[in-house]
Design a protein around this ligand. Structure first.
Ligand SMILES: Cc1cc2nc3c(=O)[nH]c(=O)nc-3n(C[C@H](O)[C@H](O)[C@H](O)COP(=O)(O)OP(=O)(O)OC[C@H]3O[C@@H](n4cnc5c(N)ncnc54)[C@H](O)[C@@H]3O)c2cc1C
Length: 454
C-alpha cells in the first residue's frame, strides 16, 4: 500500500528525514536516530556484542537506608539537579510536610543555568556567574547527594549511586540528555563544545585571540536541546566580531541537518530567522549532511558536497539518553524514556521522567523539543501528581505543552516566541518582533532562576 497520507513516514521519520533504526537480537530497539551517523551506528552495533558483565554496576559500599512506611512520610528521590530536578524539589518541598524526605542526586556539585552558556562563549558572563552550588538546597530542607547514579531498579524501587543505595517511594528522573562528542570523529581535536562549560570558556578564549577568518557553528546530529541555540550562537558571534572590528575580515557560517531554523515552530518562524541571518551576513547551510571533522586540514566533511574549511569551530555534539538509563533498561523505542504526555508518569510504579530525558511525540509526528521551559513545567506537574498520590487524592495537574523562549540576537536585542506545542494538527507558535526589552527579560529571568529555587 502506498503511504499516500505520509502517516507511516511520519512515524518513522522526524518529519523530513527517515530515522535510522537498529533492532537487537532480542527484538529491542538499540538505536533510533534521525540522521545516519557512522560512528553512532557502529557504537550501537558493538553494544549488541557487549558482555553483560561490562554493564554491571559496582557493589555498594554503604548500607541501604531502611524503607520508610507511610507513617514516617514518603521518600522522594530526584535524579538530576538541572532545570527539571530543581523545580521538582522546590515544588515538593513547598507542598509536602517535613516528615516527607526529598533527596536530589547529581554527579555535579553545581547547578548550571545552561541558557547562559551562549553568553559565556562571547564573554558576557563568567563561569561563576551562571552556576549555583547544589549544596545550597539543604537550606531549603532538600537533601543533596553529590554522586553519580549508576543504576536504577524500578522493581526494587532502589537507586544505586557510586557509593550507596537509596530507596524510594517516588522517583523523578531528570537526568537530561548526555552529550556524546566522542561519537564524532575529529571533534575533540578540532571543535569547541558549544554546550558545556569548559567548551564555552575555551570558545571565549579563542574568540579573544581571533584576528579574522572563518567561524562556523555546527549542529552534528539531531535531536539537540534548545532549537534556538545554534542560531543565537551564530548571531552572538556576529555581534562579537562587529564589536571587535573583525567582521569584514571574517565569515560566519551555520551548518545544520535541519531544513529550516526551529522546524518544530513552523515555516513562518523559520523564514523570520533565516531573514535575520541573511541581514547579518551569516551564511546558512541547512540540510547539511555532516559526517566527520578532519583536523589535519581543518575541514568539516559532509556525506554529499565539498568539505568546508573552518578556522574556529563551535559545535553541538550528538545527544544521547544518559548511560544509566540505557543500562538500567528504562529506554523506550525512541531512544529516550517514554511517559504519559500529560502526567509524566512512566510505565514503572511511582516513577516519573521529566525534561530532556523523556520523549513526547506531538500530534504532527515530531517530538517535543528539549528545552528548559518544558523541563520546568513538567517538573511542576510531576511534583503535583506525587503530592496528590501521597495525600490519597486524585490530581488534575496536567502538562499542557505550552512553552516560550527568547531568541538572543546580539547587540542587546532579543526576539521572543511562545506557543502551544500540543495544538493540533501542528504546534501553534508566535514570534514577537526583536526588542531590547526581550533581551532584558532574558537577563532578569537568569537572575531570578539562580536565586529562586535555593
Ligand atoms: C547553550 C544552551 C542554551 C539553552 N537555552 C535555552 C533557552 O533559552 N530556553 C530553554 O528553555 N532551554 C534552553 N536550553 C535547554 C535547557 O538548558 C535544557 O533543556 C534543560 O536544562 C533540561 O533540563 P533537565 O532537567 O531535563 O536536564 P539538565 O538541566 O541537563 O539536568 C540534568 C542533570 O542531571 C545530572 N546527571 C546526568 N547524568 C547523571 C548521573 N548519571 N548521575 C548523577 N547526575 C547526573 C547532570 O549533571 C545535570 O545536572 C539551552 C541549553 C543549552 C546547552
Amino acid at each position: 500500500m502506498p503511504d499516500k497520507e505520509g502517516s507511516i513516514f511520519k512515524q518513522l521519520s522526524n518529519g523530513w528525514v527517515p530515522y535510522s533504526i537498529l533492532v537487537g537480537p532480542d527484538g529491542k530497539v538499540i538505536l533510533w536516530e534521525s540522521e545516519f551517523q557512522e560512528s553512532g551506528f557502529s557504537a550501537a552495533v558493538e553494544k549488541i556484542y557487549e558482555e553483560p558483565a561490562q554493564t554491571e554496576a559496582p557493589e555498594p559500599v554503604l548500607q541501604a537506608a531502611p524503607r520508610r512506611g507511610p507513617a514516617y512520610g514518603a521518600n522522594i528521590l530526584i535524579l538530576g539537579g538541572g532545570a527539571g530536578g530543581l523545580v521538582a524539589a522546590y515544588q515538593l518541598r513547598k507542598r509536602l510536610s517535613g516528615r516527607d524526605r526529598i533527596v536530589v542526586v547529581d554527579r555535579e556539585p553545581n547547578h548550571l543555568f545552561q541558557s547562559s552558556l551562549l553568553w559565556r562563549a562571547v564573554g558576557m558572563r563568567q563561569t561563576e556567574q551562571i552556576q549555583r552550588p547544589l549544596s545550597d538546597l539543604t537550606g531549603t530542607g532538600v537533601e543533596f547527594v553529590n554522586e553519580p547514579v549508576v543504576q536504577i531498579d524500578p522493581q526494587r524501587k532502589q537507586v544505586r549511586t557510586s557509593a550507596r543505595e537509596l530507596d524510594y517511594d517516588f522517583l523523578i528522573v531528570a537526568l537530561g540528555a548526555e552529550l556524546a562528542p566522542q561519537e564524532v570523529l575529529g571533534f575533540e581535536e578540532m571543535a569547541f563544545n558549544l554546550y558545556d562549560l569548559d567548551g564555552t570558556a575555551k570558545i571565549n578564549a579563542a574568540l579573544n585571540e581571533f584576528s579574522g577568518g572563518e567561524v562556523a557553528v555546527l549542529v552534528t546530529d539531531m535531536p539537540f536541546k534548545c532549537p534556538a541555540a545554534p542560531y543565537e550562537a551564530a548571531l552572538l558571534v556576529d555581534s562579537f566580531l562587529r564589536k571587535k572590528g573583525l567582521r569584514d575580515r571574517s565569515e560566519v557560517h551555520l551548518f545544520t541537518p535541519e531544513h529550516q531554523p526551529m522546524p518544530i515552530a513552523g515555516p513562518k518562524l523559520g523564514e523570520a530567522i533565516t531573514n535575520v541571518l541573511g541581514k547579518r551576513g551569516i551564511q546558512y547551510h541547512p540540510l547539511f549532511t555532516f559526517e566527520w571533522i578532519s583536523p589535519g586540514d581543518q575541514t568539516i566533511i559532509p556525506s554529499t558536497g565539498d568539505p568546508h574549511k573552518v578556522d574556529l569551530l563551535l559545535a553541538i555534539p550528538p545527544h544521547r539518553a544518559p548511560e544509566v538509563i540505557q543500562y538500567s533498561g528504562l529506554i523506550g523505542s525512541s531512544g529516550w524514556m517514554h511517559v504519559d504526555s500529560h502526567t509524566l508518569k512512566t510505565e514503572y510504579d511511582g516513577v516519573y521522567a521529566i525534561g530532556d530525558v523523556n520523549n513526547i511525540r506531538l500530534a504532527n509526528g515530531k517530538n517535543l523539543p528539549m528545552a528548559g521551559v518544558f523541563a520546568h513545567y513538567e517538573a511542576k506537574v510531576a511534583a503535583e501528581q506525587i503530592v496528590a498520590e501521597i495525600n490519597g487524592e486524585p490530581s488534575n495537574a496536567s502538562f499542557d505543552g505550552k512553552g516560550f523562549c527568547w531568541l538572543e540576537l546580539g547587540g542587546g536585542k532579543a526576539g521572543f516566541a511562545a506557543g502551544n506545542f500540543y495544538a493540533e494538527p501542528e504546534p501553534a507558535v508566535r514570534l514577537y518582533p526583536p526588542m531590547r526589552s526581550w533581551h532584558w527579560g532574558k537577563v532578569a529571568f537568569e537572575k531570578w532562576w539562580l536565586r529562586h529555587w535555593f
